[in-house]
Design a binder for this molecule. Sequence first.
Ligand code: ATP
Ligand code: MG
Length: 405
Amino acid sequence: MTLAALGEPCVLLKLGEIVLKGKNRELFERRLINNIRTALHELDIKVDVRKRHGVIAIFLPAGATVEQAEAVARRVADVPGLVWIHRAWRVAKDPDTVVKAGLELVRESEQVARKATFAVRSRRRDKRFPLRSNELDRLVGGAINDEYGLPVDLSKPELTLHIEVDRDEVFVFTDGLPGQGGLPVGSSGRALVLMSGGIDSPVAAYRMMRRGLHVDFLHFSGIPFTTTESIYKAYALVRKLDRFQSNSRLWVVPFGKAQQSIRNSGQDRLAVIAQRRLMLKTAEEVAHRIRAAALVTGDALGQVSSQTLANITAQDHAVDLPILRPLVGWDKTEIMAEARRIGTLAISELPDEDCCSLLAPKRAETRAKIEDLKQIEKRLDAEELAVQLADSIQEYTLEGVAPAS
Ligand code: ATP
Ligand code: MG
């Protein structure tokens, strides 16, 4: 009997850190389920997302194909908060059907032809089921051994058949896709990411989404003194990252004229830090307007001269909001590997004219003094300038440029 005759394809999700939560667990789970529904919206398959004890099950409409279940599994693999995504079969709750489904799954596996070792791992979430989990293991394992002659290896099997007995059904599955881990987006609040077109800031954004923040993106362009390339890059990066959180927005600040004022202030060696502080002050103003409670940057300690401990301190002093720097302890090679994994590296490596290149002094100060920076900012009237810059932002949604409000 084929699997389609024995049951229905579905997707079973294993939760990550949420399981460690106490009283709030319910809230986290509800948010995760909402995020899953939002992510699956774009697929045009009517799914039913159900919470089960300790897992989430996604049921597809009657007659759904294995390919549709695969598409659902691939899409939810990008939703933070999950550690495993299993394409499973939902079958009737009787031992005979479970044995048949197990045999069929193993027959379809690529391991069967080469007589790979296997193990059956059963779990009984519903204790009313007539067989205990070790009895079910033996029943199904014995049938597989008889039918195909695969040897059992309980410690390091090449193929594992999972059987999970639930309230209304039994789930049978083999392989799984690893999930993103972390917490559901939104469960930690909202933040604003300072997004250059570089390699680091998109990775920083991803890491913070994974810790439960929903983020907006803020990009400073050198316009009118540079081309719009860096905006396109930032936009392309936001598109790439949107699959982890949905509803992303990019805000762009035309920053060229403000940079010119900084350059004209004559303090060449401090220009980069003065500029970074102005970016942060502007970001703080924008954050208040969009109700974001933290700023996020891609800084890594010591990576470039603006990221020495003294200069990071000088940046922290520019604003009251916390500046989150998830990459602070990462090496460049680690950041690049992560950028490759999440699919942002190729975009970040495209050439562009970053606004920062307008202000590249021959020797940058590595130990900026806050008093000196304040002098420059007084002359610029930096607080007022930050408000003006925030007034000049343009919003880009993934559907296009938003109409001015
Ligand atoms: P990245 O790869 O993210 O550009 P970087 O290694 O080039 O980082 P810096 O140029 O010193 O390092 O920038 C440090 C951080 O400052 C960036 O990660 C980003 O958060 C922020 N930043 C720099 N330039 C911009 C910009 N044009 N718009 C928005 N944020 C920026
Ligand atoms: Mg950069």
